[in-house]
Design a protein around this ligand. Structure first.
Ligand code: FE2
Length: 381
């Protein structure tokens, strides 16, 4: 067995209503001046948290300006504001964009660190400000991961800062915060979480410790994503998705994702396709591409997705791909690149961008060359 290292938040709280635990904990931590990044669309949630904190005598500055695909420029703007507030804690209440930004902000606030200089694995070696994350979607798992991804507007590529110092001090996964998410967001973020779990399980560096989380995450998300999409108030489905997403997030540090994420990044950075949809558009095609190299693992993915165990591993693997397509259809997400205004003429440019993401491609069971990337895009078209 290979060696593996997990960097968990010191505290992970999961469960309905645990946002109240966050309020109690932050008071106990003695924090007096919080800078909170949040989402404009979730003003009610944010206002409720702010009010509860203020009744404890805690000052709260809220910024709700962040949009999807945050850039290094966005981060710099927020740093200026956060520096002026002189906050003793940074809190992210939102989806992956908000949490990634909150994580990086906590590392650079009141320092002269330029985030762009720390793109890569393990280069960031400090964070002096307390950091808590509260996800409002069941998707990115950013609340427990050491990753923060930003758009570099210089070349319109997505770049990651990966460091244990980006793992929050505490994360509060309250499924009730996801209840108001619209079906499109539920679908997109749920498919992202499913991709995290699948890419962790079929990862070249897969490990029995991450397998536990990954397989159970696949099972939970496979079972509940369509239910939560059809009825956002289905609390059991919301809980399953939140837990599955958390499990996916716990795999991101130790083994991370692979070819699906690498090949999908340019769809987000160049074409503004939501991260989860971009992944979903490539997930079944990368599964088909990889399955011949590790059919046994893909058969287990299929079983976790509810496929009855029978026939060869190859047959099972294909049935797993069919289930993913079924979930995508039921969630009304596009199944092909041709449905989202990407032309075949874009493939060379997209492939060039994707092949730069070697930090993830190295995790794929089979090395991905330019010809492989182009073939996968063609299959997905
Ligand atoms: Fe992702």
């Amino acid at each position: 067995m290979e060696q593996i290292t997990f960097f968990h938040p010191a505290k992970i709280v999961f469960g309905k209503g645990c946002v109240d635990q966050f309020i109690m904990d932050i008071e106990k931590e003695g924090k007096k001046n919080i800078y909170m990044l949040a989402v404009d669309a979730l003003k009610d949630i944010t206002a409720n948290i702010k009010r509860k904190l203020e009744t404890k005598g805690i000052k709260v500055s809220v910024n709700e300006s962040l949009q999807a695909e945050p850039s290094f420029a966005d981060l710099e703007k927020l740093k200026i504001e956060a520096d002026s507030v002189n906050a003793d804690a940074i809190v992210g209440v939102g989806g992956g964009s908000v949490m990634d930004t909150a994580k990086m902000l906590a590392a650079i606030v009141n320092t002269d660190i330029n985030a762009k200089d720390y793109v890569g694995i393990g280069l960031l070696k400090q964070r002096n400000t307390y950091l808590a994350c509260l996800p409002t979607t069941s998707g990115t798992g950013s609340e427990v991961s050491p990753n923060a991804i930003f758009l570099d507007e210089a070349d319109m590529d997505k770049k990651g800062v990966i460091s244990p110092f980006l793992v929050p001090d505490a994360s509060y996964v309250d499924p009730m915060l996801t209840v108001g998410a619209p079906p499109t967001v539920t679908a997109s973020t749920g498919l992202d979480a499913l991709t995290h779990c699948i890419e962790a399980f079929v990862n070249k560096f897969a490990h029995p410790m991450t397998d536990l989380y990954a397989l159970e995450g696949i099972r939970l998300i496979g079972k509940s994503l369509v239910d939560a999409y059809n009825d956002g108030n289905n609390i059991e489905a919301r809980e399953n998705l939140s837990l599955g997403s958390l499990y996916g997030g716990l795999c991101l540090g130790p083994v991370n994702t692979g070819a699906v994420h690498a090949l999908s990044y340019p769809l987000g950075s160049k074409f503004k396709i939501p991260h989860g949809i971009a992944n979903a558009l490539l997930l079944p095609y990368v599964m088909q591409f990889n399955a011949k190299y590790q059919s046994e693992r893909y058969a287990k993915v299929a079983a976790a997705l509810g496929v009855e165990i029978s026939g060869s591993n190859e047959d099972m693997a294909q049935k797993g791909v069919d289930v993913v397509f079924e979930i995508m259809k039921k969630c009304n997400v596009p199944l092909r690149l041709s449905e989202i205004n990407i032309s075949r003429d874009d493939f060379e440019m997209i492939a060039t961008s994707a092949l730069k993401v070697q930090r993830l491609l190295k995790n794929n069971v089979k090395e991905i060359y330019r010809g492989d990337a182009l073939k996968i895009y063609e299959n997905a078209y």
